[in-house]
Design a protein around this ligand. Structure first.
Ligand code: GRF
Length: 201
């Protein structure tokens, strides 16, 4: 199975997925990494591992639909089976979702449905929760609303800053995302409505 990773930034989750593939834990290959940010470090990580790295400039397109059509074309040309959003800072439009329903995953740095959208870590800290975490979910038309695949809780300490809490959450993400992808690749995820079940077949 062939994966595409969409990333806008640092790409530590991309790195965790690359490492899991290289260790043989995920039965599939990352065929391409696509970014909407020219100097995203995620693209550099891809190049280091001889993975195709594509920068696609949103300003070259009249709007979100045209931009996502270009991305959908790249995905289709490469026969992508699973689209992985890893710190991708754009909403994915129906142009992509309709073609890849149940085949697009995202990771979010909170225990959804709490604190969706931007700055999930800061929202949790400001709210004063004692436990936060991360969520891997399938992507639907909403903002961080699709069926939940896996979640991991992380404690929030009194002296936490956004940075220290995000660092703890990142460590959980690096365990959780490869695990969710492995389950998908092994055909063990089943979606029924809002719920995603794990089949041991
Ligand atoms: C992660 O915290 C993820 O949950 C969020 O964006 C961050 C990306 O980090 N969607 P990285 O680029 O993978 O290091």
């Amino acid at each position: 199975m062939d994966m595409a990773v969409l990333a806008s930034g640092y790409g530590s989750n991309l790195q965790a997925i690359i490492d899991a593939v290289e260790r043989g834990e995920i039965k599939g290959r990352i065929k391409t990494v696509i970014s909407d940010v020219k100097d995203a470090y995620a693209l550099e990580r891809a190049r280091h591992h001889n993975i195709e790295a594509i920068y696609i400039n949103p300003r070259d397109y009249p709007g979100r639909k045209a931009f996502d059509e270009a991305i959908a074309a790249l995905l289709e040309e490469r026969g992508i089976d699973l689209v992985i959003l890893a710190g991708y800072m754009r909403l994915v439009s129906p142009v992509i979702i309709d073609k890849y329903r149940g085949k697009i995953m995202n990771i979010h740095p909170s225990l959804l449905p709490a604190f969706p959208g931007l700055e999930g870590v800061k929202q949790a800290l400001d709210y004063g929760v004692k436990v936060s975490g991360c969520t891997v979910h399938f992507v639907d038309e909403g903002l961080d609303t699709g069926p939940i695949i896996l979640q991991e809780a992380v404690p929030v300490y009194d002296d936490d800053t956004v940075e220290s809490l995000h660092e703890r959450i990142h460590q959980a993400e690096h365990r959780l995302y490869p695990q969710a992808i492995r389950l998908f690749m092994e055909g063990k995820l089943r979606i029924e409505g809002r719920r995603c079940f794990r089949d041991e077949n």
